[in-house]
Design a protein around this ligand. Sequence first.
Ligand SMILES: Nc1ncnc2c1ncn2[C@@H]1O[C@H](COP(=O)(O)OP(=O)(O)O)[C@@H](O)[C@H]1O
Ligand SMILES: [Mg+2]
Length: 242
Amino acid sequence: MDEDMEAVVTQVEEKLGYPAIVKPANLGSSVGIGIARNRTSLETAVEEALEYASKLVIEPLIGELKEINCSVLGDTEHAEASVLEEVLKTEEILSYADKYQGSSNGGSKSSGGSKGTSGGMESTDRIIPAPVSDERTEEIQSLGVRTFKALGCGGVSRIDFMIDETNDSVYVNEINTIPGSLSFYLWEPAGKDFQTLTHDMIQLALKRQRDRERLTFSIDSNLFSLQGGGGGKGGSKGGSKK
Ligand SMILES: Nc1ncnc2c1ncn2[C@@H]1O[C@H](COP(=O)(O)OP(=O)(O)O)[C@@H](O)[C@H]1O
Ligand SMILES: [Mg+2]
């Protein structure tokens, strides 16, 4: 075992224990993900994941997992959460085949999930709205909005959550900033059709552009006032005139 691998193994065994899950940090679609149940399978999973990325995420494996996704639309000032979906898995981890090739054992259980013929997240087996309590739904929607704002997102995103059913804890797993099918199927149930969703996204993009132009303008005018020689060296940051 080389030094790097030894350091990984030591850290995982000290901090996490087994079973753990090993994921490439910057891929998607469950590519390169492996489960480590002991030192040998940890080494194999790390080697495999390193084929796909130089940065890995290793975390405790949630044994009884419920996967819930929530779309968020807006910007850092105002953002709203969609209805939730539960994504159903058929294997130990929601595999590439489940996401992109549809399920082999029966059709979609959702009201909105069987529309797509083009594959992608649109045809994954899902239940909408997710069968969780009202309080849990609100908690996840609020976590979704907070995550979206904390990351400074704009437009439409989909935030994926994991619930550990052994102790009922909820985790933010990842954010998809350009979600498959723009998550339109999570907005439709609340009456926002695809056209309205894209209209909203365009309005948000225009607002973002206006905000950006305002920022650039005030930086330009500060530089200008410094060059003008009147302001002296320490040119005040708030000194731009409207
Ligand atoms: N800590 C975990 N415990 C159990 N299963 C997990 C865990 N993290 C991820 N998974 C499973 O692996 C899948 C892919 O992981 P994810 O972090 O979403 O990566 P990707 O970017 O490939 O979608 C998840 O949808 C879930 O089924
Ligand atoms: Mg994922």
